[in-house]
Ligand binder design. Structure first.
Ligand SMILES: Cc1cc2nc3c(=O)[nH]c(=O)nc-3n(C[C@H](O)[C@H](O)[C@H](O)COP(=O)(O)OP(=O)(O)OC[C@H]3O[C@@H](n4cnc5c(N)ncnc54)[C@H](O)[C@@H]3O)c2cc1C
Length: 408
């Protein structure tokens, strides 16, 4: 009989924190090691869509307490869509297309991290501990951290993001190769929506231009997060343009309101800029032995569907569910982890491919390409266009009936 009583998690992002809560809910002890200090771990740029598929996981965790806090702090994803740069609708969707009252909740990243962190018992998260290496410990795995700490568990999970050192170590390397640049950079931040010409019938909107686009979404309390993409060589920093605010002003000056008005409102807040990257799918095996990966460590995607973090949440739930099922099953620990990875491969690969496709459309950079793109979206019946997203929301997490509830 396989029995898993303790999991060592590396990384305190949305994936690691959610996995920790899910394991505790099924009676498995966890220690989570995060390389950054607590303040840095609880920070983050702009906002994040926690879409209905991932939100269903939080409804199950900790007797729905995280779910309730999300609703309390965040903004609902309601009617919204894609518009051209003059503000004419290209594609509009509303929660009814999945038969729900909303499509999920959007939160500022620091608020998301804070809520997930507070859902864990004190002492679960150990900060300032950068993963260094692991070794076989017979019936378990021993993990070593840069500050000299070590930890032992039945399994270890790399939830350490895009540049995962756990994944590199599994490949026998010091560090991972560079990810694939999408050709696009992204600015993020948030703004206070009061007094701005935002159309109140939409909770989110994305405006498509030529080689660039601008989006915003409600994150609750009168606040909105924004993002802006632009086709550009990798490694830019807006220095030559006199900073990110000037870069945004100049790129989006031809857009209709509310975009220029939002940019002026952003002027009061910090603006983050990142190159957008991903990594080709790993296939059906992500880890080895008693070590597996979740979230961006396994499958970083471009953010065009707003599903990268949501996939980390789904991973976390499915892994915890399998680990608690194993208490009664006959599988070996490594085979259980390989089952988990194989069970997730198809879905995360589909998200990877769809994210790239939407990115290509949204970032079309010729006049003809934009004309065709906008025309296709305008002419496609909404119900047909919805199908490109509907499969994302079909995920219905469920605990096994035999599970004992250990929610704190
Ligand atoms: C512009 C943009 C917009 C996005 N919008 C959305 C969205 O709306 N919805 C959505 O679902 N997703 C979105 N995403 C994707 C989402 O941000 C990621 O998929 C998600 O953060 C991945 O979570 P994670 O926990 O796997 O990794 P991360 O959030 O990267 O967390 C990894 C953690 O591991 C820690 N760590 C790293 N190395 C070590 C080490 N050696 N030892 C210990 N700890 C370590 C890091 O400090 C970090 O805290 C977006 C991404 C971008 C770039």
């Amino acid at each position: 009989m396989t029995s898993i009583s303790k999991v060592i998690i590396i990384g305190g992002g949305i994936g690691g924190l959610t996995l920790a809560r899910a394991c505790l809910d099924v009676g498995i002890a966890v220690e989570l090691y995060e390389k950054r200090g607590l303040d840095a771990m609880l920070s983050g740029p702009g906002g994040i869509f926690i879409q209905r598929n991932a939100l269903r996981v939080y409804k199950l965790l900790q007797s729905g307490q995280i779910y309730q806090r999300f609703y309390h702090s965040g903004g609902l994803i309601l009617k919204g869509g894609f518009f051209d740069r003059q503000g004419k609708p290209l594609y509009i969707n509303a929660p009814q297309f999945i038969g729900e009252d909303d499509l999920g909740v959007c939160l500022l990243r620091p608020e998301l991290q804070q809520i997930l962190f507070e859902a864990l018992p004190e002492g679960t998260v150990r900060t300032g501990a950068a993963f260094e290496k692991f070794e076989d410990a017979g019936n378990g795995v021993r993990v070593f951290f840069s500050d000299g700490r070590t930890a032992e568990g039945d399994i270890s999970v790399g939830a350490d993001g895009l540049y995962s050192k756990v994944r590199a170590t599994l490949n026998g390397r010091e560090r991972l190769e560079e990810p694939v640049y999408s050709g696009t950079c992204c600015w993020r931040g948030y703004f206070d929506g009061s007094g701005l010409p935002l159309d109140s019938q939409y909770s989110w909107a994305e405006f498509w231009g030529q080689g660039n686009r601008f989006g915003y979404f409600d994150v609750g309390g009168g606040r909105f997060a924004f993002y802006a993409f632009n086709n550009t060589p990798a490694g830019g920093n807006d220095g030559a343009l006199g900073g990110s605010l000037n870069a945004l002003r100049s790129l989006f000056k031809g857009y209709a309101d509310p975009v220029p008005a939002i940019i002026e409102a952003i002027a009061r807040e910090k603006i983050y800029r990142d190159d957008i990257v991903d990594r080709p799918p790993l296939g059906t095996q992500w880890g080895q032995g008693r070590v597996t990966l979740i979230g961006d460590a396994a499958h970083p995607v471009q953010p065009n569907l707003g599903q990268g973090g949501c996939m980390a949440v789904e991973d976390s739930f499915e892994l915890a569910k399998l680990l608690c099922t194993s208490q009664a099953g006959g599988d070996t620990v490594p085979s259980l982890l390989r089952q988990f990875e194989a069970s997730r491969a198809q879905r995360v690969t589909r998200v990877f491919n769809s994210s790239r496709q939407i990115g290509k459309l949204g970032q079309a950079d010729t006049a003809l390409g934009c004309f065709l793109r906008n025309g296709i979206y305008k002419l496609t019946p909404a119900r047909l266009a919805d199908l490109q997203f509907k499969w994302l929301f079909d995920y219905q997490p469920q605990w096994n009936q035999t599970r004992t509830n250990h929610s704190a």
